[in-house]
Design a protein around this ligand. Structure first.
Ligand SMILES: Cc1ncc(COP(=O)(O)O)c(C=O)c1O
Length: 277
């Protein structure tokens, strides 16, 4: 194995050195050309080395590269937040954007924001974040705690805070033995959330979910009525609804955000990946 000062994602395989990109292609230092079918990991939605993007980045870096958010706002951050809220549609018309550096940090922030909201509205007992068994919300400890991806969290389990995970509608292995392609069992799964909220004895702060499953259950869509019921249950119990659209947001499912397919209005919407494009 070649020696490297970079801590790599695998010790078992050599990594080609990527030196250039253009549109859907990446070139390595040996001159090999790769067709990037997956946009890295659903990140480069608009391809590599887009000239307008590097021009805009250069222009901004020449004017001002960084100021601390505890002291300043900037015209570019204000403009970006406004554009993003417009893109998110009427549900976020009077909303606000909190910028982070990536998906996991955005999830951590959403979890903390949900807790802080509950404290601010006089519900200090609410601190539990409910989530689903087959899910992935990121690699940091808080995000791993709410994720259900067994292999990715196994090693760290003694370090993570565990809250209730409810079942996820997955037609191929449906828990409810249905024979109709999960057309009607959405309500059974939604009822699991109701039960978990009741079992939390007033301590549930939020429920987090991926509208369309990503890394743990490839591209599984919810059965009819399920997400609408989930949203109603949350609202009826003062539990915040957090949509994790790190993977599905920014147009990846054909609408601006995946929740738009089911016309539900999450309290917090987390996005990343394609946003970086
Ligand atoms: C649904 C979902 N949430 C959160 C994350 C974490 O995002 P990041 O890898 O940018 O930290 C991912 C990453 O794959 C994801 O798919």
């Amino acid at each position: 194995m070649d020696s490297s000062s970079v801590f790599r994602r695998s010790f078992k395989k050599p990594f080609p050195s990527a030196v250039r990109g253009e549109g859907v292609y990446i070139w390595d230092s040996e001159g090999n050309k790769y067709l990037d079918f997956s946009g890295s990991a659903a990140v480069n939605f608009i391809g590599h080395a887009v000239p307008e993007i590097s021009a805009a980045m250069t222009e901004q870096a020449k004017q001002l590269e960084f100021v601390h958010t505890s002291q300043f706002t900037t015209p570019i951050a204000e403009q970006y937040a406004n554009e993003l809220l417009d893109f998110a549609g009427k549900n976020f018309a009077r909303g606000a954007v909190y910028f982070t550096s990536g998906g996991s940090e955005a999830i951590e922030t959403a979890l903390k924001l949900a807790r802080q909201y509950q404290v601010e509205v006089g519900e200090p007992r609410r601190h539990q974040i409910l989530s689903r068994t087959q899910s992935y919300h990121g690699s940091t400890l808080g995000a791993l705690a709410v994720s259900g991806n067994r292999r990715r969290r196994e090693v760290y389990l003694p370090m993570v805070r565990e809250f209730a995970h409810i079942g996820i509608p997955y037609c191929y292995r449906c828990n409810y033995d249905c024979k109709d392609g999960c057309r009607n069992c959405g309500q059974e799964y939604a009822a699991e959330l109701d039960q978990a909220i009741k079992a939390s004895d007033g301590q549930a702060a939020a429920f987090i979910f991926e509208p369309v499953s990503g890394a743990t259950l490839g591209a599984v869509t919810p059965p009819p009525g399920y997400l609408q019921s989930i949203a109603e249950i949350c609202q009826g119990n003062k539990v915040l609804l957090i949509a994790d659209e790190v993977m599905t947001g920014m147009g990846r499912t054909g609408k601006n955000f995946a929740v738009d397919h089911w016309d539900i209005s999450p309290d917090i919407l987390v996005t990343a990946k394609g946003l970086s494009s």
